[in-house]
Design a protein around this ligand. Structure first.
Ligand SMILES: NC(=O)c1ccc[n+]([C@@H]2O[C@H](COP(=O)([O-])OP(=O)(O)OC[C@H]3O[C@@H](n4cnc5c(N)ncnc54)[C@H](O)[C@@H]3O)[C@@H](O)[C@H]2O)c1
Length: 451
């Protein structure tokens, strides 16, 4: 490894890029670097993932196995669980999980463990970038001290006077903006925000990412980059809570909130459409805002919008269960003992990801209330034990007319595009629709309850 390496080194040469954490974020990023001609080594603790990748297989539905195979064959991509090979990398990008613990507090153990696994192998001139979503200060307060414990230095510095600060290695933060399943904006089209611990680190990370994305947006610090990601996700979380609350009011007032949103969305400026649903799901939006609320407490600051949005979004699965009970009640049936089929366990349409899916909460609530429960999801033929839920004995039920007609109620929780909604409505005695997926259906409207 060269002793004196300029930030611009990361601009042109074929680089060895190590990606730590080959999940929803790390795998597509690694493949993008491979596509741009770099040599990528994916590091993961999960040896089954490492094995699959080296065999040219994908374990994420929207990433084709053929793509993995192509770069494994061309020797631009491989995977390992041998962390001593980090020493050989030019750049190391951290894409490990940042969940919440049982008390809704940030669980930084994955980042901490990763920093500790880099530290003994850290080399002079290497660039380390954290991509995991986290609170402002994580890169400087948690990652930097662990890395510097091996004797190399990366001083925190900002402003024009720090342009040429001497640094042994480079450290930056650049948030991931991946939107799984989004066909319009792929990784290469999404601008990347980058902030360094010092200006040379920022420039090094900008040089690296400029090779794989259309636009790099530099900011003055890692904290600004960390906060930018949280602002984006809090913006979504708060706006979804707003339409969820207005949906409840609309239901009470007899106003169709989806019609209202579509009308408002015709305004060519100053409005952005968000749509209500059965709650908030995915790995990011229900989780990330709490990283900021937690950090804000250190500054005696209450993030009230975040708390209120969380309260509203968390209450939505309860509302869905109450709506199912009311719809059955209207047909003189009790919730207890009724046969209910839930459609869509994924947290959003057309993805094979059920992390934090509100459907799981709805299913738990229905079971607790004595419902005879089944589900269908084309992306999940069977369910497994999860951190908070155990539906390990359940298998996806076929959507045949005979099966559908045997349920007291069919609930549309996630509106996958592959569902044949007219056929579902035709055969089911009662539909509770949390997504307005049946909006274009004219026949049998009396069977459909929007909630
Ligand atoms: N999934 C998304 O759409 C998305 C979007 C933007 C940001 N993010 C953020 O990106 C980060 C990663 O999320 P993800 O969805 O890719 O998670 P993921 O669970 O899909 O993948 C994480 C991977 O890291 C591996 N891992 C865990 N600890 C490790 C360690 N110490 N060393 C090596 N590998 C380790 C796991 O085995 C797993 O393969 C999170 O901070 C998340 O908030 C995710």
């Amino acid at each position: 490894m060269p002793i004196e390496r300029k930030p611009e080194y990361f601009k042109g040469a074929q680089l060895k890029v190590g990606i730590i954490g080959c999940g929803y974020v790390g795998l597509p990023l690694g493949l993008r670097f491979a596509e741009a001609g770099h040599r990528v080594l994916g590091f993961d603790l999960d040896s089954s993932k490492v094995e699959k990748l080296n065999q040219g297989q994908s374990y994420i539905q929207h990433i084709p196995g053929a793509k993995v195979q192509q770069y494994v064959r061309s020797k631009h991509f491989s995977a390992t669980d041998d962390f001593s090979r980090l020493a050989d990398m030019d750049a190391i990008i951290i894409c490990v999980p940042t969940p919440l613990d049982q008390r809704y507090e940030p669980d930084l153990s994955y980042i901490e463990q990763t920093a500790k696994s880099i530290q003994p192998h850290l080399q002079r001139g290497q660039l380390v970038v954290l991509e995991s979503t986290t609170y402002p200060g994580t890169t400087e307060e948690l990652v930097l001290p662990i890395l510097e414990a091996n004797g190399l230095r990366c001083p925190i510095a900002a402003g024009p006077n720090a342009e040429q600060v001497a640094t042994d290695f480079f450290l930056a933060f650049s948030p991931e903006r991946e939107d799984p399943g989004n066909k319009q904006f792929g990784l290469a089209q999404i601008p990347k925000v980058v902030g360094g611990v010092n200006p040379p680190s920022g420039r090094a990370a900008q040089s690296l990412y400029a090779q794989v994305v259309a636009k790099v947006v530099p900011v003055s610090s890692t904290r600004a980059a960390e906060m930018a990601k949280l602002l984006e996700n809090i913006f979504r979380c708060v706006n979804i809570a707003l339409v969820n609350e207005l949906k409840l009011l609309g239901l009470r007032m007899g106003i169709d909130i989806w019609e209202v949103i579509d009308a408002a969305a015709t305004k060519p400026f100053g409005f952005m459409a968000f749509y209500p649903g059965p709650g908030l799901g995915g790995h990011c939006i229900p989780v990330d805002p709490y990283y900021l609320s937690w950090k804000a407490r250190e500054y005696d600051f209450a993030t009230r919008f975040i708390e209120l949005a969380g309260e509203i979004n968390t209450s939505m699965p309860y509302h869905v269960c109450d709506a199912i009970a009311a719809a059955l009640n209207d047909r003189q049936k009790p919730l207890k003992g009724s046969r209910v089929l839930v459609l869509g366990v994924a947290y959003k349409k057309d993805v094979d990801d059920l992390r934090e899916s509100p459907t799981l909460k709805i299913m738990e609530l229905l079971q607790d209330r004595g419902v005879k429960l089944d589900y269908n999801d084309p992306y999940f033929p069977h369910l497994h034990k999860m951190r908070h839920y155990d539906f390990s004995n359940m298998r996806s039920v076929d959507l045949t007319p005979a099966n559908l007609s045997g349920y007291d109620c069919v609930v549309i929780a996630t509106d996958h595009s592959t569902y044949d909604y007219p056929a579902i409505v035709e055969s089911s005695p009662l539909i509770v629709d949390t997504r307005n997926a049946t909006r274009r259906i004219v026949r049998h409207r009396n069977k459909i309850v929007l909630c």
